[in-house]
Write a protein that binds this ligand. Structure first.
Ligand code: FMN
Length: 399
C-alpha cells in the first residue's frame, strides 16, 4: 500500500459490537489509519477506550464533544475517510440512513460522506428478515452502498438463522477489495486453478500430490482485490475459501478439465496453478482391492487430459494463458519447452529444490518465462508474487 488510506469504522448497538475491536485491530495492523465513531448505544456493549487503544485515534461518540480536535467533527471525518464501514450495523442505523435521518455523530457523518460505504448488518433473524429492514437495505443498495450478507448460525439470543456478523476476516477482505488496491483488473474475468487433484484407485484409495493450493488461492485473493471477476477451480484443500471469489470445487483431473472447459469462453485470463495429475489409474475398482498374501496389485496408469495444452491451443487471441511449471531438474529449459509446446503466454517456473519454495510454503521463488525473455523474481511471499504475476499479465493487455 503506497499512501495510508483512512477508514472510518462506525460501531452501533449490536451484541456483535465486541467483534468490531478485532476488525479495527486487523485494519490498523494492515497499515490503515482507523477512526472509530460509536453510537451511544454501542457504548453499552464495548468501551471507546478499547478502540482508542487499538487504533491510536480518539474514538468519537458525541456530536457536540467540544474537546474533539476537528473543527466540525462529522464533516472533517467524512472528508478524511476513504471508506465508511458500518460494522456491526443495527436495524436502527440501517433504517436511519435509509430515511435520511442524521441525529447523532454516526448517522450525521454517514450522511456527510461521499466515499464508498460498506454496511455489515448484524441482528436477530426476525429483525433481519423483517420486510422493513429488507426494504431499507434495498434502498441503500440502490444508492450505491455495499451491503454484506450476514452469516447464518446460532445467534446470541439463542435463535438459529441468518443475522450473525460475517467473520471479521471476510469484512476485512471486503474492505481491502474496495480500497486496498487500485482496481486495475476491473472488468476482467480470470479463471484460476489451484490445489491437487485426486485420482481414484478404488473407493478407498487415490493418487495425489503435495499441492496445498496456497499459490492459486493467493492469486485469487490478489485478483479480487484488484477488481477482477474471479472463478477459482479448486482441488481439495484445507484453505479458507477466499472472499468474493466464485469457487468450483473439484476432485479429479477430469473434473477440473470439465469445469475449466465449460467456463473457458467467458474468461479473459487463465492462470493454471493447480498440480493436476498427469496419470490416473486406467480402471477404478468398484470395490476395495483386497490384500492377497505375497502379492501386490499392478495398477495400470493412463494419461489425464492436459488442460493447459488444450486451452493453450484453443484459446482466442483476446485471451491470456499463464501456466505453472514445477520441476526438480532443468527447471528453466523444461519451463521454456512447456511455454512453446503448450502455446502459453507465460509460464511461472518454480523449483522444488529451493528451500521455502514449492508445495505448502507461504513463500516461493519464481522465474517468469515468456517468449520475450525470462524474468527472475526475488524470494517473496506467495501473495506478493501473485501481485507481480498479475502486473505482468495486465501489462500484456490489450492483447
Ligand atoms: C443485549 C442487546 C443486544 C442487541 N443486539 C442487537 C443487534 O445485534 N442488532 C440490532 O440491530 N439491534 C440490537 N439491539 C437493539 C439495539 O441496541 C437498539 O435498536 C438500539 O436502538 C440501536 O441503536 P444504534 O443504532 O444507535 O446503535 C440489541 C439490544 C440489546 C439490549
Amino acid at each position: 500500500m503506497k499512501d495510508t488510506k483512512n477508514i472510518l469504522l462506525i460501531v452501533t448497538g449490536s451484541i456483535a459490537a465486541y467483534k468490531a475491536a478485532d476488525l479495527a485491530s486487523m485494519m490498523k495492523k494492515a497499515g490503515f489509519n482507523v477512526n472509530v465513531v460509536m453510537t451511544q448505544n454501542a457504548c453499552n456493549f464495548i468501551t471507546p477506550q478499547t478502540f482508542e487503544s487499538l487504533t491510536g485515534n480518539r474514538c468519537v461518540t458525541d456530536m457536540f464533544d467540544r474537546n474533539y480536535e476537528f473543527k466540525i467533527g462529522h464533516i472533517s471525518l467524512a472528508k478524511l475517510s476513504d471508506i465508511v464501514v458500518v460494522a456491526p450495523a443495527s436495524a436502527n442505523i440501517i433504517g436511519k440512513i435509509a430515511c435520511g435521518i442524521a441525529d447523532d455523530m454516526a448517522s450525521t457523518t454517514i450522511m456527510a460522506s461521499k466515499c464508498p460505504k460498506l454496511i455489515v448488518p448484524a441482528m436477530n433473524t426476525a429483525m433481519y428478515e423483517n420486510p422493513i429492514v429488507q426494504d431499507n437495505l434495498k434502498k441503500l443498495d440502490s444508492y450505491g452502498y455495499e451491503i454484506m450478507e450476514p452469516a447464518e448460525g446460532l445467534l446470541a439470543c439463542g435463535d438459529t438463522g441468518k443475522g450473525k456478523l460475517p467473520p471479521v476476516e471476510d469484512i476485512f477482505a471486503k474492505v481491502n477489495s474496495m480500497i486496498g488496491h487500485e482496481h486495475d483488473l476491473s472488468g476482467k474475468r480470470i479463471l484460476i486453478t489451484a490445489g491437487p487433484t485426486m485420482e481414484a484407485i478404488d473407493p478407498v484409495r487415490y493418487i495425489t500430490n503435495h499441492s496445498t493450493g496456497k499459490m492459486g488461492y493467493s492469486l485469487a485473493e490478489a485478483a479480487v482485490d484488484r477488481g477482477a471477476d474471479v472463478t477459482l477451480v479448486s482441488g481439495r484443500t484445507s484453505l479458507k475459501k477466499p472472499f468474493g471469489v466464485r469457487i468450483i470445487d473439484v476432485v479429479s483431473a477430469s473434473d477440473m478439465a470439465e469445469a475449466v472447459f465449460s467456463e473457458a469462453k467467458d474468461q479473459d485470463i487463465f492462470i493454471f496453478s493447480a498440480a493436476v495429475a498427469d496419470f490416473k489409474p486406467e480402471k477404478v475398482s468398484d470395490s476395495k482391492i483386497k490384500k492377497k498374501d505375497g502379492e501386490a496389485p499392478e495398477i495400470l496408469l493412463t494419461r489425464t487430459e492436459d488442460i493447459l495444452d488444450r486451452i493453450g491451443h484453443d484459446h482466442r487471441d483476446d485471451q491470456y494463458v499463464c501456466g505453472f511449471a514445477m520441476e526438480t531438474e532443468d527447471l528453466l529449459a523444461n519451463a521454456a519447452g512447456k511455454l512453446e509446446k503448450k502455446n502459453a503466454d507465460m509460464i511461472c517456473a518454480n523449483s522444488l529444490n529451493d528451500e521455502g519454495a514449492g508445495f505448502g510454503t507461504d513463500t516461493n521463488r519464481i522465474v517468469l518465462i515468456k517468449k520475450t525473455g525470462n524474468k527472475e523474481l526475488p524470494f517473496l511471499s506467495k501473495r506478493e508474487l501473485a501481485d507481480i504475476i498479475l502486473d505482468e499479465i495486465i501489462a500484456a493487455f490489450p492483447l
